[in-house]
Structure formats: C-alpha cells, structure tokens
Design a protein around this ligand. Structure first.
Ligand code: 0O2
Length: 234
C-alpha cells in the first residue's frame, strides 16, 4: 500500500465497517462500481478492436503494427483527486460528464507511421466516434513528450440498452513509451536534487528518440520496398 492509499487513521476502517452500516455503505457504492464496470467493458471493446486489426495485418501482410496494448481503468482515488483538482464535486453524474480518461488504452507501435495508420482505421469504424484528437507527435510538449491522444466514443451494450462510453486511446512508439515511463517517475519523486537538470537530459533524450524513430521508419520502409521489388522481379 503506498502513502496515497493509506487511511489517514487506520481506526477509521473499523469505525466505518464496524458501525452496523456496512450494507448501507456498500449499497451506496453500487453506482460507482457500475460506472467502473462500464468503463472496464469499454476498455475491453477497444482492446478487441485493436487485436482484430493486428491479427488481420498479421494474416494478410505478415506484419504486426501493434507491439503491445496496455489497458487501465483509472483508480477511484485518482478519479476523486482529479475532480477535486478541477473543483467539481465527485458525483457520478459530474464524473461521467467531466472525465474522458477513466477508461484508458495505450497502443505501443513499432514505427510512427503505424500509429497514424491504426488510429485512422480505428476511427473510421462506424461504431467509433472521434471526439478529440491531440497530436503530441507533430506538436511535442515542451518537456519532449510525444504521443497521439484520441478520445473516442464507443457503445457498450447493457441489459438496459446501449450506452456510449468515452475512452482515451494513447498511441506511441516503443521508444516514446520507454521515455514516457521514465519521465513519469520524475513527477512522483519529490526528493530529487536537481530535477531541472534531469528534465533537460530527458528533453535531449526525447529529441534523440524522435530522430531514431524516423530513421528506423526509413530503414523499415526500405526493407519492405526492396523485398517487394525483389518478389515482383521473380
Ligand atoms: P495517468 O495515470 O497516465 O492516467 P485532461 O485529462 O484532458 O484533463 P490533459 O493534460 O489535457 O488533461 O490531458 P493530456 O494532455 O491528453 O494527457 C493525459 C495523459 O497523457 C496523462 O494522464 C499521461 O498518461 C499522458 N501524458 C500527458 N503529458 C505527459 C507528459 O508530459 N509525460 C508523461 N509521462 N505522460 C504524459 P495522467 O492523468 O497524467 O495520468
């Protein structure tokens, strides 16, 4: 258990769950659990769509554009913290209307061109709505962060009918993901002597990674082209 998830006073747990109101408390948490379940389902829908595309590419072209798919549903504490940061009371209705990143899918591709190809194919599907697109690859953040972010609307089918869910889909190359994981650590370590120096080093790495990603793309394209030409000559 990390320091964020520790109860301020361990006795609180006893007070809450030993108060004879356990059933009532669990009942009142049901709408929130329902929201989390629906977001789990939305994440699974998107993951399945991406796996289908990857399988199709693998069968037709002997090529996997997607290296890895990581999924997560934002944890309840982070949801409440984000609502507090925005100054909005964390009711179910407010959470649903405000947050677009409760359901998150991260798609790790080998090459930058795969990112745009898979993002386009996904958003062209007729049950997927593109709600927002932020291209931090074409326009990197000042710290060097690069990724393509989409917010998509996708239906899930419940016993009561269809419900449209929002899912944040982040696309990155393997190298961009490697960088973002390390950079993310910097945000949560508060006992570092020279964070500015590390941030400057990370920025240099991000720029070097962008150059390498482009070079790897060019080599990959050349291999594909030459092997295709050789096959055509035979
Ligand atoms: P977690 O734990 O990854 O979910 P918004 O969500 O729209 O209110 P914002 O900043 O406009 O906030 O969203 P944006 O820019 O689309 O970024 C949201 C997510 O992208 C972040 O989620 C990170 O996952 C990732 N991200 C954005 N900028 C950076 C960055 O500079 N470094 C790294 N490592 N990741 C970044 P969360 O909510 O921060 O956390």
């Amino acid at each position: 258990m990390d320091e964020n998830t520790q109860l301020a006073n361990p006795g609180e747990f006893q007070n809450v769950f030993g108060s004879g109101r356990t059933a009532e408390l669990l009942e009142s948490a049901k709408p929130f659990m329902e929201l989390m379940m629906q977001n789990e389902c939305a994440v699974r829908e998107v993951e399945t769509k991406l796996n289908v595309l990857n399988d199709e590419f693998s069968t037709l072209y002997d090529y996997n554009p997607i290296e890895t798919i990581k999924t997560r549903v934002k944890d309840p504490l982070s949801i409440v913290e984000k609502m507090q940061r925005k100054g909005i009371p964390p009711t179910i209705e407010n959470i649903e209307n405000t947050l677009s990143d409760i359901a998150g899918v991260r798609v790790i591709c080998s090459f930058p061109e795969d990112i745009y190809a898979i993002a386009d194919i996904l958003t062209m599907q007729d049950d997927v709505k593109l709600l927002k697109r932020k291209d931090y690859i074409a326009n990197p953040k000042p710290n060097g962060y690069r990724s393509l972010h989409l917010i998509i609307g996708i239906p899930i089918f419940l016993s009561t009918g269809k419900k449209e869910m929002r899912v944040e889909v982040q696309f990155r190359t393997i190298a961009m993901d490697f960088w973002a994981s390390l950079e993310h650590k910097l945000k949560y370590k508060h006992n570092i002597k020279n964070p500015e120096e590390i941030a400057a080093d990370l920025k240099k790495c991000a720029d070097a990674i962008a150059v390498i990603d482009d070079k790897m793309q060019a080599i990959h394209n050349r291999i594909e082209r030459e092997s295709w030409e050789n096959d055509a000559d035979r």
